[in-house]
Design a protein around this ligand. Structure first.
Ligand SMILES: Cc1cc2nc3c(=O)[nH]c(=O)nc-3n(C[C@H](O)[C@H](O)[C@H](O)COP(=O)(O)OP(=O)(O)OC[C@H]3O[C@@H](n4cnc5c(N)ncnc54)[C@H](O)[C@@H]3O)c2cc1C
Length: 513
């Protein structure tokens, strides 16, 4: 097998003939002696001409080629049950893996199925009423269901990413995600994928229980009794995949005396630029409508802490992603076409436990909540016309410490209110952001502009609490048989790494049940 690269201008199709010819050249054989040829990666190169770079694997005729194969699903009616708390990416991929391993997943989810959930989110944006069990973070599909659905992860140590990507394709995702360097699904495609996972799990004998918020987990008879929605569920093992916002679950751990620790996270703002501007910057003025909507990412060090872009949504919109009333939290999402007029990204500052006064496992979560509430209270006290309106400031005004006289249009449906965000954010966050934005302009000329709007607060970047677990067995250090899993456990961040963690927990579970 030979791996090689081939480049083609974006907008011009790479034909089968060109691929085989390039493969023959790379292998040093005649075209008819070329066997299997496969594009394994496609990335955009905008350094000079705007190109797609394809990484290709070529096999000689007769040379063995093994395609990646997912394990078969088994019928698990009557098999041993494993309780999964939470139907986000971690819980869903744990469920799929359990099916493959012959165990019966019993999913307990506080929210609704992905379709009923949509209506609650529409109400949330229009009326500002947050259902504590059904919102942008809670419900079938978890925080990943109504998102940009970006699928890249920096961590390949957690497992084979192909298992997640091929799994998603099996459940209806576009096969392009298998080769794109920065794959994404889009919020318009995610609900159908999430539903197909459910249909598969149920068809093979697994169970879903919606409107089933877990309120207690008890150790009993060498296994567990889990109380949810007024019912008691029993199993020898529990995979806990309740996400980074489930304060009630952390409080349950505290009350049981099970270990939990404060964990560093990141906080900042959502930044919204006109997408045309980001396209011009990233494509050096050569953007054409048939090109992929431009993305960006950056990392800076300011005063000993990382300041970085997070979860960038090209052609996306801003959404209210708080899980409780009285708090303003923003996040971003986009549809598969990424065709809105805006580009948004979190720009956040790394926060370590020692950066915030206080101690104990909840001290960073309390800090996070206090800032989210401060945003809400400021808007309510200053004539906000929607409960979830966000305090906002133009970028240069923020850096200069001036309240903006007016604001540019925003995609954020509840609206923005001109505010002294530079004062509302914690000082150590605001000061670093104010220094970072002009620095980013050196890499992306035009980024530092008053046409960019900053909205607060972006605070749910990862869990501010960790549920410590054994590095080998992945069980909680105080509770054998309980597997803290995904983002809420503090061991993953993002859709793919959470899904991989779900797979890993399911595998560990199956080894000792
Ligand atoms: C708007 C938005 C956009 C995002 N965009 C991206 C993106 O493009 N790419 C990316 O990689 N990541 C993105 N993320 C982050 C990503 O969604 C999360 O990292 C990922 O979903 C974490 O997976 P998880 O399964 O660990 O937890 P979650 O997805 O948070 O799922 C946890 C589930 O547990 C349930 N639950 C909580 N408490 C209980 C309880 N007591 N009883 C029963 N059930 C409970 C919740 O309802 C939820 O369904 C985005 C997040 C948001 C909010």
């Amino acid at each position: 097998m030979k791996e090689f690269e081939i480049a083609k201008k974006i907008g011009k199709e790479l034909t089968e003939g060109e691929l085989r010819e390039a493969a023959a050249k790379a292998l040093g054989v005649r075209p008819e002696k070329v066997g299997h040829v496969e594009v394994v990666r496609r990335s955009v190169d905008a350094r000079t001409d705007i190109l797609y770079r394809y990484r290709v694997q070529a096999f000689r005729e007769g040379e063995p080629y093994e395609p990646f194969k997912l394990q078969e699903f088994r019928d698990v009616h009557g098999a041993k049950p494993v309780i999964i708390i939470g139907a986000g990416p971690a819980g869903l991929f744990a469920a799929v893996k359990l099916l493959q391993l012959g165990l019966k997943p019993v999913i307990l989810e506080r929210g609704k199925d992905v379709h009923r959930r949509k209506a609650d989110m529409a109400r949330l944006s229009v009326e500002g009423v947050i259902d504590p069990d059904s919102n942008y973070c809670y419900g079938e599909g978890g925080a990943g269901a109504f998102s940009d659905g970006k699928l890249f992860t920096r961590s390949s140590k957690r497992g084979d990413i192909r298992e997640v990507l091929h799994g998603l394709v099996a459940f209806g995702a576009d096969p392009d995600i298998l080769v794109d360097a920065h794959p994404h699904l889009g919020t318009d495609r995610l609900p159908a994928i999430v539903e197909n996972i459910r249909l598969c799990v149920e068809e093979h004998g697994g169970e879903y229980h919606f409107d089933s918020r877990v309120t207690d987990i008890r150790q009993a008879d060498g296994g567990f009794e889990v109380l949810a929605g007024g019912e008691v569920y029993r199993a020898a093992k529990v995979i806990l995949a309740s996400g980074h916002s489930a304060r009630d679950i952390y409080e349950l751990f505290q009350s049981r005396g099970w270990a939990l620790q404060a964990k560093g996270f990141a906080m900042g703002v959502r930044v919204e630029h006109p997408q045309w501007l980001i396209n011009q910057i990233r494509y050096h003025g050569k953007y054409q409508p048939f090109m992929p909507t431009a993305e960006y990412s950056f990392v800076q060090q300011v005063d000993g802490r990382g300041v970085f872009s997070f979860c960038m949504c090209p052609g996306g919109i801003l959404v209210p992603s708080s899980t409780e009333d009285g708090a303003v939290v923003l996040n971003g999402m986009s549809n598969s076409a990424r065709n809105s007029k805006w580009a948004n990204a979190g720009v956040v500052v790394q926060i370590e436990p020692e950066d915030v006064p206080g101690d104990g496992p909840f001290h960073l979560m309390d800090f996070q909540q206090a800032v989210e509430r401060k945003m809400f209270e400021w808007v309510s006290a200053n004539g906000g016309r929607h409960p979830l309106q966000a305090p906002a400031q133009r970028m240069k005004d923020f850096c200069r410490g001036i309240v903006s006289r007016d604001l540019p249009k925003t995609s954020y449906h509840p609206g923005a209110l001109s505010s002294p965000l530079h004062e509302l954010l914690p000082e150590h966050v605001a000061l670093r952001l104010r220094r970072a934005f002009p620095q980013v302009d050196r890499q992306m000329h035009g980024y530092y502009t008053n046409d960019a709007l900053l909205l607060g607060v972006e605070s749910r970047t990862s869990s501010p609490i960790r549920l410590p677990r054994d590095p080998e067995t992945l069980e909680h250090i105080d509770v054998p048989g309980l597997y803290p899993c995904g983002e809420g456990a503090g061991y993953a961040g993002g859709i793919v790494s959470s899904a991989l963690d779900g797979i890993n927990c399911a595998v560990q579970c199956a080894q000792t049940i």
